[in-house]
Write a new protein. Sequence first.
Lengths: 582, 268
Amino acid sequence: MFKNNNYPSALLLSAAVGAAGVAVSFPASADQYSDAAEKWVNESFKRSTLTKEEQLEELAWFTKAAEQFRGMDINVVSETIATHEYEASTLAKAFTDITGINLTHTLIQEGDVIEKLQTQMQSGRNIYDAYVNDSDLIGTHFRYGKVVPVQSIMEGAGKDLTLPTLDLDDFIGLDFVTAPDGTLYQLPDQQFANLYWFRADWFERDDLKSQFKEIYGYDLGVPVNWSAYEDIAEFFSVHVKEIDGKRVYGHMDYGKKDPSLGWRFTDAWFSMAGAGDKGLPNGLPVDEWGIRVEECHPVGSSVSRGGATNGPAAVYATTKYVDWLEKYAPPEAPGMTFSEAGPVPAQGNVAQQIFWYTAFTASMVKDGLPVVNEDGTPKWRMAPSPRGPYWEEGMKLGYQDVGSWTFFDSTPEKRRLAAWLYAQFTVSKTVSLEKTLAGLTPIRESDINSDEMTEAAPRLGGLVEFYRSPARVQWSPTGTNVPDYPKLAQLWWQFIAQAASGEATPQEALDGLAKAQDRVLERLERANVMATCGPKLNEPRDPQYWLDQPGSPKAKLDNEKPQGKTVPYQELLKTWEDARQS
Amino acid sequence: MENSRGKNIGITIFIVLLLTPIYWLLNMSFKTNQEILGGLTLWPENFTLHNYEVIFTDPSWYNGYINSMIYVSMNVVITLLVALPAAYAFSRYKFLGDKHLFFWLLSNRMAPPAVFLLPFFQLYSSIGLFDTHIAVALAHCLFNVPLAVWILEGFMSGVPREYDEMAYIDGYSFPKFFVKIFLPMIRSGIGVTAFFAFMFSWVELLLARTLTSVDAQPIAAIMTRTVGASGIDWGVLAAAGSLTIIPGLLVIWFVRNHVAKGFALGRV
């Protein structure tokens, strides 16, 4: 009995120690998340449009909302750009620390993201729990019915898991991710535009200014129309030729037969010439791809079916692309791909580029580059792209890439909801300003207008000014007219390459493209795979009938080269500033 | 004398030509992107280890190498385990349709791997093997086993049947004979088979990429992340490429003595 007494007491003791341990560890584990939140806010999310208390409150909401998902392994995927690298390396870790959900943010190249996404759509099997997918696929997603719209998550299963301070009205890209029926399908995560790029330092040189005026009769400045762009290209490539002993060119582009040649066109090149109809974010009934819709059903892209893919404006745009590449770009440009051509202007021998992604901003302000001043400010600026002769007020003027969170119905609901939390975390005001400064792809009005962005502006060559300007809305992604982005987009480079290499005339190449697009539309119509708004092709008829109708497809202009027009950069900034004040 | 000097020069030129691309890859991997894009430099002017640092400090990078090595090793082991008995059967026994079977084994190799992408994806994800190392290893076996059987059969047929019989008379059991006597006689064949299996699996991208998403993602799929909307990260890509050569080099180094004979595929 005595002996035995030891036993219970030992048990008791260990139980007491255990209980104490539990008592101690419980509050500790509850605190673990708020400690993590505090640490992240203090160390990594210092710059924010929220106060520190508001940030902590937001993060506390995430901790609480994630309770039911703790310990899950959630996988999301995106393409590789600086913004997503920041998310994958910083935000995913922070999210894991703050919520207890093990989040892996995988980075692969954009083509692979699309491939995985298509595999998931077609097989109905879950590969990733969420995708950052360009909003160019909005027309695809709302038609196939395989995507769970963000709006139905917010109103349905995810109602209690939707951040109260998400503040959708603060997003600048919601138009781009909304289907024709008004449903919000995706949530913007990053966006960048395609603008005009030029060497502001050269444009300011008196000798060049007077030489330009002498030859062309108007001032050297930011070109407002393509005629002026063409004149400036010719001026630098043919007349100036050398600056400070170095051969310079008035234009840069690329033309290798490669899939990236497709983006050069599907990223709204025709819209800059003015090929589509009026309407923002995209022209209706004909968009910049030349696809006509009637009541949301695509009805054709050839002029004979009411489309504009091979219309006079598209042919003009393609002809100019080929001519300029041949005449004014560096001799190696026609053999280059997008990735090879992109860094060329940073080498300092290109005066202007009509088709330039702001995603290149960070890589073009690096110290030591020939296009960067010693104080770290760029010698170049970005400005709105010039417009072609077919362009009219009320049309879009260029492309904007809007990577957006996308969720599929083939993802198990619990996983989808956990991923939804992460998606909101990456765009929450707590982290969004830091993310914007890291990746330069703004999505929120509040970030754009922040003091931190004002401070960064001089080093960003006009990026901040552009995003603050009212002109911004004219830059938009591919719209809802395109019913199957992956299937249609892959046609473009093959036909454009024919024109670029001289194998076919622009008219022949675009006729082929329009026909090929119509064939895809026809197949989609026959297969009847689209849940809503599937293609219903028009019968082909005499193209003249459609050219005679108002709007796009537009008949050929008698004069495709009107008088060149330019505007001084400073004046441009001022009109933006004035418009913003009013 | 004249002649051998001419030979030396010829060989030197040949080797230089062969090594130029590899030198260029190495050269790029030690440069900054700015230098790579800036102009032609024959060696790194601003020597940097930054590109390698990116790979060795980021788990999502170096895990790619680990994943690849895991499934490649699995594949080599499975291929040899399966192909050795099969090749022995083809070389020693006669059975109905053996010639046809032997030939049609190769039919899997006649189709490009892309053909099997979707069927494999469907199959593996329905049995829960998607995104595992064994899935990729098994998928690669489809291509490696037939080739391995063909190579090994050649070697085995080069070993006179009398050895089998002598071992039997000497009282060796079959397994003991197979492992102790037979295998050592064809070890150069096994070396070269392992080498081919390794190489196919190491450089194969399509299947490996389609059958994985996160946990078993191969290095070749991870390398694609250097391509982005703001251009290509050439330096890191070159560093990653240089590192992918190393495992192949090691394998060749270890089997080099066997391979010379082995590459003749059993012919004497």
